[in-house]
Design a protein around this ligand. Structure first.
Ligand code: DAH
Length: 341
């Protein structure tokens, strides 16, 4: 009888590139009906007992060889398809795992940190105030008496007195409408010359795309013997450029705040809103020379000391910096928004 030459199968097993190709070869050899080895084994039945013994032993050895070869190649292909050395070396210390995703600070605190860095380099101390203020500090000591129209522009939330803490009888409390009261508290607590900024939350009864009932400001105060408006403009320009980039377009405009004289505002060209091709001017800073009465309220002699103060709106600057159209997106906590930065 003719004997089968198995070497072509051996060559194909060694060269099989995928597990599927290997399965196909196995089928060709050991398939129940048409497998080449299956048929060869069946054919043993036609032989004489002597021939069958010799030929049977030979075929069994060949069958076992082919099975072992198939198994070996299968192990190799599996390891390769896993793309690691894990099968051959379970202690592979070179294994590189995918990086875990890392978050980042919210845009508002991130911005405040950069503010602290920029003013810190100009020698400004970072101070803290309280979010619940007395009517006196939030308004009166800043030259905003009860009948002053400026109070209407800062309509806010009055807080019922819980009686906790050591305060004067009948004192009225508000959620501070601006960080300006920290100017007075800082003057009370420190001896000039002074340079401080104070970032923090403030509250007003406003809500639309550029206003939120809670937002952030940072106040600044510089007091010394020979301070002029020129010093103030220099610091403002330096800060605006450092915060928003050297090519930012801004303008100074005269304005009115009861606690400064003269008072100015800084507007920045805002392209995120896209109302017009040129963009619109957005007011982001109030500033001015500290009013002599406010220096007095802070315990300083206005004949000896002069100063300038400023208040920046943080969210508006963040909107301009990142081209955000609606300030409310900063507070929605939507990851599709947060992950863009
Ligand atoms: N407190 C003002 C506001 O909230 C902003 C401001 C204006 C602060 C002028 C200042 C200043 O220190 O000098 O609208």
């Amino acid at each position: 009888m003719s004997t089968t030459d198995w070497t072509p199968y051996e060559g194909r097993i060694a060269g099989a590139a995928t597990l599927e190709a290997l399965d196909a070869i196995e089928q060709e050899l050991f398939g129940r009906k048409q497998g080449a080895m299956t048929l060869a084994l069946k054919a043993l039945g036609n032989l004489s007992p002597d021939e069958r013994r010799v030929r049977g032993a030979e075929l069994n050895a060949q069958k076992q060889g082919l099975e072992e070869q198939l198994q070996g190649r299968r192990t190799e292909l599996r390891a390769a398809s896993r793309g690691s050395l894990a099968d051959t070396d379970p202690l592979d210390v070179t294994l590189t795992l995918p990086r875990a995703p890392r978050g980042h600070l919210h845009l508002v605190p991130e911005f405040i940190r950069s503010v602290e860095g920029i003013f810190g380099r100009m020698g400004f101390d970072v101070a803290d105030g309280t979010e619940i203020e007395t009517e006196e500090y939030n308004f009166d000591l800043l030259n905003i008496p009860a009948d002053h129209p400026a109070r209407d522009a800062q309509d806010t939330f009055w807080v019922r007195d819980s009686g906790i803490g050591n305060r004067t009888e009948g004192e009225r409390l508000v959620l501070r409408t601006h960080t300006s009261p920290v100017q007075i508290r800082y003057m009370h607590a420190h001896t000039p010359p002074l340079r401080m900024i104070c970032p923090g939350r403030v509250y007003r009864k406003d809500a639309d795309a550029t206003h939120s009932p809670m937002f952030h400001q940072f106040e600044g105060l510089m007091v010394d013997r020979h301070i002029s408006l020129g010093h103030m403009k220099g610091v403002m320009i330096e800060a605006m450029r450092a915060l928003l980039g050297g090519d930012i377009e801004f303008r100074f405009r005269s304005s009115y705040f009861p606690f400064v004289e003269p008072g100015l505002e800084v507007d920045v060209r805002w392209r995120g809103g896209a109302e017009t091709k040129e963009g619109r001017w957005l007011e982001v800073v109030g500033c001015g020379m500290v009013h002599p009465q406010v220096l007095k309220n802070g315990g300083l002699d206005p004949d000896e000391w002069r100063g300038f103060a400023f208040g920046f709106g943080v969210e508006r600057l963040v909107m301009i910096k990142h081209g955000i159209r609606d300030l409310r997106m900063l507070y929605e906590g939507d990851m599709r928004f947060a992950e863009q930065f």
